[in-house]
Write a protein that binds this ligand. Structure first.
Ligand SMILES: Cc1cc2nc3c(=O)[nH]c(=O)nc-3n(C[C@H](O)[C@H](O)[C@H](O)COP(=O)(O)O)c2cc1C
Length: 218
């Protein structure tokens, strides 16, 4: 939640095409959220070099909500995720899965979240996928495994829009409808979560003993 009390959603576009089909799909969701008074930001992963996780496990030692790789945008993305009430991951299908930049964000933000007691827990999540023909479910699976794995709340199926060239997804009316429904459902759920949080009666979070790096005996 922002300082002025307004709810905020951050969306990440994993496509190499900034204004391509994935961005179009995400924007349908964002428009619905804005109609409900929720502020939004669309972060483009394309055009930047994002390194993959090096499995150094320093995030589990430092527990400072950051990745030790600090020469790309991932720490900025993690901060935006922490500050947001809702998180959208949008991706095109590249050989039946997410592009490399999106996978790097998932791996590094995922470990930083785990290392710090789940930073995105009980935020509202959503996934959007742009596909020409095959691999949408596998790609959506990658996205929702991140969201659900980090204890986020999803309001329904991921949105899938079909198209090859930029703008094709606008003609996939079923896909567009799904995006709009996702936006409306996200807004409803975010307001519900915020009102529960305001009551301060949310159920306690059980501290799970999660598998992490094995501590060396000295
Ligand atoms: C490297 C690459 C791999 C792709 N692999 C697939 C694929 O496996 N299945 C598919 O249906 N479309 C595939 N596509 C097509 C894109 O998913 C499709 O054009 C999508 O609408 C692109 O979204 P964008 O405009 O946001 O980039 C691929 C495109 C690229 C550039």
């Amino acid at each position: 939640m922002k300082k002025d009390g307004s709810l905020h959603v951050v969306a990440f576009n994993g496509s190499a095409r900034k204004n391509g089909n994935t961005a179009i799909l995400i924007n349908y969701v964002l428009q619905e959220l804005e109609k409900e008074g929720i502020t939004t930001e669309l972060v483009q992963l394309s055009g930047t070099k994002i390194r993959g996780c090096t499995a150094c496990m320093k995030c589990f030692e430092n527990r400072d909500k950051r990745c030790v790789i600090d020469d790309d945008m991932v720490n900025d993305c993690i901060r935006k995720m922490i500050e947001a009430d809702g998180i959208i991951l949008g991706s095109p299908v590249y050989f039946s899965d997410v592009p490399a930049e999106m996978k790097a964000l998932i791996d590094r933000a995922g470990f930083v979240s785990m290392a710090n007691g789940e930073l995105f827990r009980r935020k509202v999540g959503a996934a959007a996928v742009a596909v020409r023909r095959t691999g949408a479910i596998h790609t959506a699976d990658t996205l929702i495994h991140f969201l659900l794995g980090r204890d986020m709340i999803l309001t329904g199926f991921p949105g899938i829009g079909m198209g090859l060239n930029i703008g094709d997804v606008d003609r996939d009316h079923e896909g567009v409808d799904r995006m709009k429904a996702i936006g409306q459902n996200m807004a409803w759920m975010m307001k519900l979560v915020a009102s529960e949080n305001a009551k301060n009666t949310a159920p306690r979070v059980h501290k799970e003993k999660k598998a992490g790096p094995v501590k060396k005996k000295r």
